[in-house]
Design a protein. Sequence first.
Lengths: 382, 85
Amino acid sequence: MSDAVRSGQVVLLVGTRKGVFLLHADAARNGWTLEGPHCLGHLAYHVVLDPRDTRALLVAAKTGHLGPTVFRSTDLGKSWQEATGPPAFPKAPEGESGRVVEHVFWLTPGLPEEPDVWYAGTSPPALFRSEDAGNTWAPISGWNDHPNWGLWTEDGADGTPGGSLLHSINIDPRDPQHLYIGLSGGGVFESTDGGGDWRPLNAGCEANFNPVPEPEFGHDPHCLRLHPLAPDVLWQQNHCGIYRLERPAERWERVGDNMPRDVGDIGFPIELHPRDADTAWVFPMDGSDVWPRTSPDGKPAAYVTRDAGRSWQRKDAGLPREHAWLTVLRQSMAVDAHDPVGVYFGTTTGQVWASRDEGDTWTCIADNLPHVFSVEVAELEP
Amino acid sequence: MRVSIPTPLLSYTQAPLVDAQGGTVAELLVDLDRRYPGIRFRMIDEQDDIRPHVKIFINRERIVGLDEHLAPDDEVQILQALSGG
């Protein structure tokens, strides 16, 4: 991973409940052109560019009541192919019941030294790996068949309304064998042997839906991010707040306690500055009483910290001042690597918003799209 | 034999009626997947169960398992229910 400022063209990859849309920026990241839909009618949970070749796109997809799959493009969306071997569990022995992948939810490309490797997280919460650029996928048995899988995941039933999810697959850029994953629900887990074995990593995180004061697992990390240039620094937007961890420490610190009390520190996404491990953006939502999960008081805002969570600043210039009940899901916020950093988010009401000045001002760059599941940045070569 | 394909799967076959062969439904689906790669997994999960909302009929009678036998002149219909918005 380079720490260089990027200057190439930015394309936003927008996964929605009805397909994939691409938003192409001009050189100043000022004007935006909407392209699509691609894969119209398919649920596109996550759309990710291969940063190693900057041409290949992968889509974690499902289609109505049809089975899950992965769509691939090697020409930035001009043409699409379906994976010949999508993520699937092994067939159970005769007479035994087996697990079934309900949908593919998350995609993470491997490190630059593993050019065709991808990881996929699914519902139920299982982990798969491809070594041929996403065409065929194999289960990572060390996780999927771990003796504690049923305990940690409540047999894959302890999930969100959309199912129990494995998300936030993070790879230590110093060591491709060192992996972190997030489970909703289940918690954060770490492997140091390429997925062969796993351990929970949740100390310090609240789980106020669990009667055990400090459970070892069973938490709900909504989004987990490892800083690419400071890979000992982990951040998470959890169901119960915003947390930061600097390894080798094992105990998360709740830095969300420093958010304004009337806003709180509940949300889905968290995004990190590509060159500063102390800077992060979140998009708070209402986590009071029955959890509306909309912008608190109908007044949407991003919040940024530039001092590792000791203080947070509200960033709402350009966003609606009232009556805007937005929900931004865990994959629906993204940053580019320009200077200043571009920050982007998509809403379940079909809008995409952009800031080319690190959140200081926001512009709506797409509206009337389907329910947005994910927004990712594709940085093309200059 | 002739196999009727539901609209959500036409992207694989490009036609609502196609030919495929097999002595059982399981064999027929393997043949369909050989001719139209990927189509089987959208209908049949990795445990060889027919996915919810997918229904397979032989001569207009619904079958629930893949080991049903087929005769060369049987008519096979694959239907897919749509629901939700």
